[in-house]
Write a protein of this length. Structure first.
Length: 186
């Protein structure tokens, strides 16, 4: 139980999956703990808005766990609606005497969650982000780029809006993610 408590934090989801249906897309999802919501209130896997994600990354894993009855652990990078997510997923099928498990417990822990599409930034906004990524303060950026501190602050506000970032650190993380080379199947 201690390991479970250590695994579960503000980026962890816990679900029960009813796997009694023959078609994995008809498996029912019951939310127990949901800290990261990718904008869905669906209860069946087949009702989720992003069916490509369900068919490619979710349904096959549950179908395999149901067939084998074995615990599945993996780290995935997937495109989910308008996000790229890297997450750990643990599927724990219910113990069985014979036949296939009727349900499974799933834990998922989100590692990275980034927007797929980024609005175009101006060259000056890109320069500001590069300098922020190098650790420069707004005042240092103003001195280095020969603009006022206020102009730098306006550019940072524009960057946060365009990238849908919650703060400057989040904006820099989103910006730097383009250099990670994350490839997502689709």
């Amino acid at each position: 139980m201690k390991q479970l408590e250590e695994f579960c934090d503000s980026s962890t989801n816990l679900y029960f999956i009813d796997m009694q249906a023959d078609d994995p897309l008809a498996y029912a999802l019951h939310r127990v703990v949901e800290n990261v919501n990718l904008r869905s209130s669906s209860s069946l896997l087949g009702d989720y808005p992003d069916q490509a994600y369900m068919r490619n990354d979710v349904a096959p894993a549950y179908h395999a766990a149901k067939g084998s009855g074995l615990i599945s652990q993996m780290t995935l990078t997937s495109r989910i609606q308008d996000q790229i997510a890297t997450y750990d997923r643990h599927i724990l099928p219910a113990p069985r005497q014979k036949g296939t498990p009727a349900f499974a417990v799933t834990l998922s822990k989100t590692r990275i969650l980034l927007p797929v599409e980024r609005k175009l930034l101006t060259g000056r906004e890109e320069d500001v982000l590069d300098l922020l990524a190098q650790g420069l303060s707004s005042k240092e950026i103003a001195l280095k780029t020969n603009v006022s501190f206020r102009t730098v602050e306006h550019r940072i506000a524009s960057i946060k809006t365009k990238l849908q970032a919650k703060n400057v650190t989040h904006a820099v993380a989103i910006w730097m993610s383009r250099f990670l080379g994350i490839e997502v199947r689709r």
